[in-house]
Design a protein around this ligand. Structure first.
Ligand SMILES: *Cc1c(COP(=O)(O)O)cnc(C)c1O
Length: 397
């Protein structure tokens, strides 16, 4: 063999005796075959075997299998983002003439998928009240093919009666999907409550370090997986083994991170209610939070993300007070080790029932910093937002 060949072909080395606790990062676009017949028949390996890099390597399969175990699923697909997971379900189930039902508290890009993309292609959506429960049955007609669930709702944290919705859907032969990003499969298992597609933004708690974007779709039914796989193939969404490795690494510490963040967020949510600047704290563990009884019934705990509705008089001081924070960082993609805070207006994202509260809404994600430092930062913020509000009766929103 000459050098120009040697530089291209890697020598085979022994793996004998190499035993690591880390999952190897197997990267591939090309999968090779030992003989021509194997190559000619490569598609017969689909969807579980290896035949083309985009459809997975052993690193992807490890993450898929681990998530399937956690979700109580038969199969899990890994896609490039949480939003891609949602979009892939919608694109798999819906064809022109069909209708999807989405909750009014849905993750805003999910609504945009309906209004900006699907509507122009003849697929309609109807928005439902997050606490509708079994009443969802009345919204199902012959064109309804998918009911989307997100519980707790994005920012406003309503918890719905998932089992009542999936029961009504099943009676009428309609598929259901659930965006389970807030809870992760450690706190809620959508498939056990009758949901057909459970999606996660692995980007958030599961990867857990704010450095990758990745998503998953888990199903109990192999036929549904086959349909998802057919969509994935034509849409061409594959993922990098390096990102799967990072998600697998994050997963190892998910239990302790989530338990910590949930404990601190619940404690802070309860304490923040005392500040005069606060109109309402939205956290599923608070009895005042809509659907709290379903959280108690269905969830095994809380994660670290919650929201605070402020008094409208805080508007003029809000941005300087937020910019002065020392431990919290201003940012949107929550679920990492760094605590985040930021304003999340919901008014423009509501179409069923108008959002009438005029005050700003803050979304808070608790990270892994010392809770005392975090509380000191929050105390400073909420004090700056307004001690006695009568001091600022002249300020209007
Ligand atoms: C962030 C998020 C997503 C989307 O995740 P990406 O990986 O950022 O696309 C979907 N649903 C919810 C509830 C989210 O918070």
């Amino acid at each position: 063999m000459k050098d120009l060949t040697r530089v291209v072909h890697h020598p085979t080395v022994s793996h004998e005796g190499f035993a690591s606790l880390s999952v190897p990062t197997h990267r591939a676009s090309t999968i090779t075959f030992p003989d021509a017949e194997g190559f000619d028949n490569r598609r017969k390996r689909a969807p579980d075997g290896y035949f083309y890099g985009m459809y997975g390597t052993p690193t992807t399969r490890t993450l898929q299998a681990q998530l399937s175990e956690l979700e109580g699923a038969e199969r899990t697909m890994i896609v490039p983002s949480g939003q891609a997971a949602i979009a892939l379900v919608f694109l798999t189930v819906l064809v022109p003439g069909d209708k999807v039902l989405i909750p009014d508290c849905v993750y805003p890009p999910t609504r945009l998928l309906c209004t900006r993309y699907l509507a122009a292609r003849g697929i309609q959506h109807e928005v439902y009240e997050p606490l509708i429960g079994a009443g969802i049955g009345d919204l199902i007609d012959a064109r309804t093919k998918l009911i989307w669930i997100e519980s707790p709702g994005s920012t406003t944290m309503e918890i719905g009666d998932t089992a009542a919705i999936t029961r009504a859907a099943r009676q009428k032969g309609v598929l259901t999907g659930c965006d389970n990003t807030w809870a992760t499969p450690l706190l809620f298992k959508p498939l056990a409550h009758g949901v057909d597609f459970a999606t996660e933004a692995l980007t958030k708690y599961i990867a857990g370090h704010s450095d990758i974007v990745l998503g998953s779709i888990s199903v109990r039914d192999k036929q549904l997986y086959q349909r998802l796989w057919e969509t994935q193939q034509v849409v061409g969404v594959g993922v990098s083994a390096d990102d799967c490795f990072l998600a697998l690494r994050g997963l190892e510490t998910l239990g302790v991170r989530l338990a910590h963040c949930g404990r601190v967020s619940t404690e802070f949510a309860s304490r923040l209610q005392q500040f005069p600047a606060v109109t309402r704290v939205m956290h599923p563990a608070l009895p005042s939070s809509p659907g709290h009884e379903f959280w108690l019934r269905d969830f095994t705990g809380a994660s670290g993300v919650f929201s605070v509705l402020l008094h409208p008089r805080t508007w003029p001081v809000l941005n300087p007070a937020l910019s002065a924070m020392r431990v919290f960082t201003l940012g949107a993609s929550w679920g990492g080790t760094h605590s985040l805070i930021g304003q999340r207006p919901v008014k423009d994202d509501r179409t069923l029932r108008a959002w009438t509260d005029e005050g700003p809404i803050l979304r808070i994600s608790i990270g892994l910093e010392d809770p005392d430092d975090l509380w000191e930062d929050l105390e400073r913020l909420f004090t700056a937002l307004g001690g006695p509000l009568t001091d600022r009766t002249d300020a209007s929103p």
